[in-house]
Design a protein around this ligand. Structure first.
Ligand code: TXA
Ligand code: MG
Length: 319
């Protein structure tokens, strides 16, 4: 596995060729780092599952370079989904739509829908464009962590987490820390109105404003598998306790106006909700690196991004 800390146009062309050749390429996005494979290759996609240690029937998001490629992977796209794509792509949003025949069972987990996203990180877009130039059409990419663990928001975190499982021809592209820090909002666009399957930086309010429709907010319906909707997920090794008083030796994640009690190890002190989201996973990883056993987290209040943060925290805290 090669770790590329400086990514030029040539690097991206080489990475696109590696993908076309069946290798895996971990790459930065604005949400979290993804572990990419050619979405049309069953063999390459199978390697994603083995590197992640993820059950093979979980569907993967197909990353595309532009809204124009939606029609290659989807069919029967409702008008409101196009409105969402126009307003929020490139960006931290995944649309679940009826699949076309191009989206095979190994991508969709056998469902008749496919998740699509145009990421906003310049390296992700550059990689997608180079991949298209090399003859590809979409990059399947889950978050680049072992199954159930915290998503990586830096290239170092990807290396730490996955290098033991990757092969020599695989690549990790370093594009700096992810700016959003939480996984994309997932919106089911197969019904009459958008349904949020995973909360994220594109909020319910933004979706309603874009579509003019009332959003159905629900955790996944039983027939739709969203592994991020498992009760226990996004978990560090440390035990996560929510909204309790931290004791000496515990780690603490809390807004900056909360003081650090004596003997408590402050992991993060965000002053804005955006900063809270951006730095959360890095702080949880830091706890594990320092061998901290208990992390106390004071949850942010409010809706929008704060609700997405609380959603992840509750899963991280679930045993
Ligand atoms: O921000 C993100 O979405 C990141 C970056 C890399 O793009 N990706 C990501 O992928 O979080 P992953 O696989 O870790 O989480 C995607 C979730 C999974 O829980 C999967 O079950 C769900 O999306 N998903 C994918 N396709 C789906 C579909 N057709 N129907 C329902 N859920 C789907
Ligand atoms: Mg994930």
């Amino acid at each position: 596995m090669a770790f590329l800390s400086v990514c030029t146009t040539e690097t991206l062309i080489d990475a696109a060729d590696a993908l076309m050749g069946g290798s895996l390429v971990a790459f930065p996005t604005e949400t979290v780092y993804g572990l990419g494979a050619d979405a049309e290759s069953a063999e390459a996609v199978a390697r994603i599952y083995s590197v992640k240690g993820r059950p093979a029937n979980h569907p993967l998001i197909v990353h595309i370079d532009s809204i124009d490629r939606m029609g290659e992977w989807a069919s029967d796209i409702p008008t409101y989904a196009i409105a969402l794509a126009r307003d929020f792509w490139p960006g931290p949003m995944t649309l679940v739509v009826k699949r076309s025949t191009r989206a095979k069972d190994f991508i969709t987990g056998g469902q008749d829908t496919v998740g699509l996203r145009v990421p906003a990180h310049p390296l992700a877009l550059g990689l997608l464009q180079a991949f298209v130039a090399a003859g590809g059409r979409g990059i399947a990419a889950p978050s680049a962590n072992r199954f159930g663990a915290v998503s990586p928001t830096t290239a170092d975190a990807v290396q730490e987490e996955l290098s033991d499982y990757m092969e020599e021809s695989d690549l990790i592209l370093d594009g700096g820390p992810s700016l959003v820090g939480l996984e994309s909002t997932i919106i089911d666009c197969t019904g009459d109105a958008p349904r949020v399957l995973r909360l994220g930086a594109i909020t319910t309010e933004m979706i309603e404003e874009s579509t003019g429709l009332k959003v159905v907010e629900s955790s996944a319906a039983p027939e739709i598998r969203v592994s991020g909707s498992l009760e226990s997920h996004y978990s560090p090794k440390a035990k996560v306790l929510l909204d309790v008083i931290a004791q000496a030796g515990d780690g603490l994640i809390a807004p900056d106006q909360i003081p650090t009690p004596n003997g408590v190890i402050r992991l993060m002190a965000p002053s804005t909700i955006e900063q809270y989201a951006r730095d959360l996973y890095r702080a949880l990883r830091l706890a594990d690196q320092q061998g901290i056993e208990i992390v106390v987290v004071l949850q942010p209040g409010g809706d929008g991004l704060a609700a997405a943060i609380r959603d992840r925290l509750q899963r991280a805290a679930h045993e």
